[in-house]
Write a protein that binds this ligand. Sequence first.
Ligand code: PRP
Ligand code: URA
Length: 209
Amino acid sequence: MSQVHVLDHPLIQHKLSIMRNKETGAKEFRELLEEISMLMVYEVTRDLPTEEVEVETPICKTKTRMLSGKKIGIVPILRAGLGMVDGVTKLIPAARIGHIGLYRDPETLQPVEYYCKLPADSENRELLVLDPMLATGGSASAAITYIKQRNCKCIRLVNLIAAPEGIMRIQHDHPDVDIYVAACDEKLNEHGYIVPGLGDAGDRLFGTK
Ligand code: PRP
Ligand code: URA
């Protein structure tokens, strides 16, 4: 069963509360999503392996530690996942970036795929799938299924806000994928929006509504 990690650091909670406010405009919304993504990835990567290396400081040689193991790839789900990329790459600048384009059909709530391009060596990387909203879980589950079809095995899902329905869907469809969220909200409404949530993340990020 995949683990759910709730990253509720006070700074994350504070910034997320501003994002939830319907009066917050697109510029501030974008900046906050980037900042929270950076704070989240610091925790998401806490268990990455390190190895001992020798470094010569201006004073002497010393043994110290650097990252080892698989390289990182990040896969934002378009559109709203794009808002998390800059925050993550500020901390992991060498990460390769893939893109999966999915939108949720407003009537059926089923994900519709329209684009996919992953790094050529994705199967050798630890992949972080990024999307601010995990609602029914249909989009994230479809994205992860697609990534797995490319032989990728090390996958973590990073969301800002998750509904219980979305978490259950991922745990059912992908029990090997851990989920990292800033907040678990109460439920979905009749239109599949997260309650209380923050509204439509893509529209708020890009000012399209
Ligand atoms: C939103 C969000 C997720 C999806 C979540 O995208 O960014 O991808 O909905 O819903 P689900 O868990 O029920 O699948 P949307 O379909 O609005 O597309 P957009 O990012 O292009 O606006
Ligand atoms: N997608 C969003 O952007 N917001 C929700 O609350 C649910 C799906």
